[in-house]
Write a protein that binds this ligand. Structure first.
Ligand code: HEM
Ligand code: NAG
Ligand code: NAG
Ligand code: NAG
Ligand code: NAG
Ligand code: NAG
Ligand code: NAG
Length: 335
């Protein structure tokens, strides 16, 4: 059993804690999104059928459950933004203190699909392919399966041994984030303002719980008011789906094409119908605003290409490669 989940680690003294924090900060600063050690076709010799195996499972799953595409794409994002793309989002802990237990109500879905893919991969190539790489491949394959872009996925990530609930609580960018917080959150991880507006385009698929945006409908500044940046006609519609205090109902992020990966997100946001404050905030910066207006007006001519490029960059955040980390046998457990 790994020391990670040992409650005694809470008693570690202040100076070693400070040292640890420094190490983490340093490690992070030097290991942003350079992705050293990753390459397309990393498993070409050790697991030649990997990509076709992953695709086979994904295609089968998405053909019967297309709504799982969105949470599986999102899972790679959450993995990468906390501790780098190291599969930490998948770890279980006996006391529910790992990342996946942050925001229980808004939790990710589809973990069983990752297990299914891992099982198929382990059968063909035992102990060769990391769970972090499986997340990256699945994110690409679900996107393709719902008519989105294909991109070459770099592989060679190794799995981390640590997953801490609190890091997900404090490290994930909240839906209420303004443009400065968003830009900062991306920049800290080596991603650009363009990556921010491109990757936010993921919200062309999937759903959101009312709790992620209902402040915009009912109590924006604590005066029982609405968010002035949200189209008032859209507010009327959203209020029908989310009654006051309703946390758990769900709303489609891009109504009408929630299961199709397309550029319509940008049209929505440009019409002030972006569901989250973080979506609307993309109108508050010249660079993000001009990107989204361009995609909205011209039906997303470069969006697919841009999306693949930004996903590759996101997939490089804080990766473990070479002899660091491990190849987990089971994605929910350290070896
Ligand atoms: C820019 C900062 C971002 C914020 C603040 C944010 C926030 C959120 C929130 C609050 C939800 C709804 C969760 C719920 O209420 O159930 C959501 C859904 C989603 N997000 Fe993001 N997100 C961001 C960026 C991204 C990125 C970079 C990706 C992927 C590359 C992504 C992919 C998704 C997908 C696919 C869904 C739908 C999930 C589902 O249907 O279950 N998001 N996001
Ligand atoms: C962990 O979470 C599961 C389901 O979310 C719950 O059934 C279980 O009781 C929790 N365990 C602990 C130790 O809190
Ligand atoms: C953005 O939000 C942060 C934290 O809530 C706040 O400190 C900052 O002043 C805000 N920036 C703008 C431009 O509104
Ligand atoms: C609105 O927000 C204010 C300030 O946070 C809070 O005191 C008040 O109870 C909220 N009103 C409702 C109806 O939830
Ligand atoms: C907001 O609405 C609540 C419940 O409807 C009410 O009790 C409160 O006085 C209102 N607050 C303001 C600032 O209007
Ligand atoms: C989470 O769900 C519980 C029970 O379903 C509910 O009481 C709580 O208000 C929800 N919290 C959020 C933040 O959605
Ligand atoms: C953004 O664009 C507007 C109009 O094109 C311009 O007036 C403003 O100075 C620009 N702001 C920044 C920060 O570049």
């Amino acid at each position: 059993m790994s020391p990670t989940f040992n409650t005694k680690s809470a008693t570690i003294n202040m100076s070693s804690l400070r040292f640890l924090v420094q190490l983490i900060v340093l490690g992070f600063a030097f290991n942003l999104a350079d992705g050293q050690g990753l390459k397309v076709g990393f498993y070409q010799k050790t697991c030649p059928d990997l990509e076709s195996k992953v695709k086979e499972v994904v295609d089968q799953v998405i053909s019967v459950a297309p709504s799982l595409a969105a949470p599986l794409l999102r899972m790679h994002f959450h993995d990468c933004f906390i501790r780098g793309c190291d599969g930490s989002v998948l770890l279980e802990s006996p006391t529910n203190q790992s990342e996946k237990y942050a925001f229980p109500n808004l939790s990710l879905r589809g973990f069983q699909i990752i297990d299914k893919v891992k099982t198929a991969v382990e059968k063909a190539c035992p102990m060769v392919v990391s769970c972090a790489d499986i997340l990256a491949l699945v994110a690409r394959d679900v996107t393709v399966a719902i008519k989105g872009p294909f991109w070459e996925v770099e592989t060679g990530r190794r799995d981390g041994r640590v997953s801490i609930l609190n890091e997900a609580l404090t490290g994930l960018i909240p839906p209420s984030a303004n443009i400065s917080i968003l830009k900062q959150g991306f920049q800290q991880r080596g991603l650009s303002v363009k990556d921010l507006v491109v990757l936010s385009g993921s919200h062309t698929i999937g759903i959101s719980h009312c709790s992620s945006f209902s402040n915009r409908l009912y109590n924006f500044t604590g005066q029982n008011d609405t968010d002035p940046t949200l189209d008032p006609n859209y507010i009327v519609k959203l209020k029908i789906k989310c009654n006051p205090g309703d946390q758990n109902s769900i709303v489609e992020m891009d109504p009408g094409s929630v299961k199709t990966f397309d550029e319509s997100y940008y049209t929505l946001v440009a019409k002030r119908r972006g569901l989250l404050q973080s979506d609307a905030a993309l109108l508050d910066d010249n660079e993000t605003k001009s990107y989204l207006k361009f995609q909205a007006l011209n039906h997303g001519p470069t969006f697919f290409k841009d999306f693949g490029e930004s996903m590759v960059k996101m997939g490089r955040i804080g990766v473990l490669t070479g002899t660091t980390g491990e190849i987990r046998k089971v994605c929910t457990k350290v070896n």
